[in-house]
Design a protein around this ligand. Structure first.
Ligand SMILES: [Mg+2]
Length: 188
């Protein structure tokens, strides 16, 4: 199967990195538990831009700590012959640092895509399963006929409740829940 995997809030806990930047730069707290939608209204758009740019600087990218089990799961999928497309909402000039981070944590991938049109690219390269926490991407991918999975976060609880999404608390659960989908493809 062809699997697309997001990075921020999917492979590592991005929220702490972002809220740390917001606190340091602007003295604004972004409590994870209260982030119930995709909008970050506590920050002005320009402030958010500055914070995101900081979190996507090479030094910060390289410090990312993967969620427990994430790397091992993707290693298993890769060994089983699944195509691994890493897709991230990052500027294209983040490509080098992001690739270096993936190599550093030992996460195998066939393609890395840093861009702002994830689902369009998934459709273009016939992705079967997308793992992404963004409610917008979840909805677009479902419309495109892609199987969607995500880690549960406060901002995607609503969409996970109403849409057909494989939603898991952590990577071990995600691997278990996706096993029938991936096995089915092998047998079929
Ligand atoms: Mg994400």
């Amino acid at each position: 199967m062809r699997i697309a995997i997001d990075i921020d809030s999917t492979l590592h806990h991005y929220w702490d990195v972002l809220s740390d930047a917001a606190r340091r730069r602007f003295g604004i707290e972004l409590p994870y538990e209260e982030q119930f939608d995709w909008g970050i209204t506590r920050l002005k758009p320009k402030q958010l831009e500055v914070c995101i740019a900081e979190t996507h600087s090479p030094a910060v990218i390289l410090k990312g700590r993967p969620y427990p089990g994430a790397v091992e799961t993707v290693q298993r999928w890769h060994e089983q012959g699944h195509f691994i497309h890493i897709t991230t909402h990052r500027e294209s000039d983040c490509h080098e640092a992001t690739a270096a981070w993936l190599n550093q944590i030992g996460l195998p991938f066939d393609e890395l895509y840093c861009s702002f049109d994830k689902v369009a690219r998934c459709t273009e390269i016939d992705i079967d399963v997308l793992i992404d926490d963004s409610p917008t991407n979840i909805e677009r991918a479902i419309e495109a006929g892609i199987v969607v999975a995500t880690l549960r976060h406060p901002w995607n609880t609503d969409v996970c409740d109403v849409e057909d999404v494989v939603a898991a608390e952590d990577w071990p659960e995600l691997e278990r829940e996706l096993a029938p989908v991936l096995d089915g493809a092998r047998r079929g």
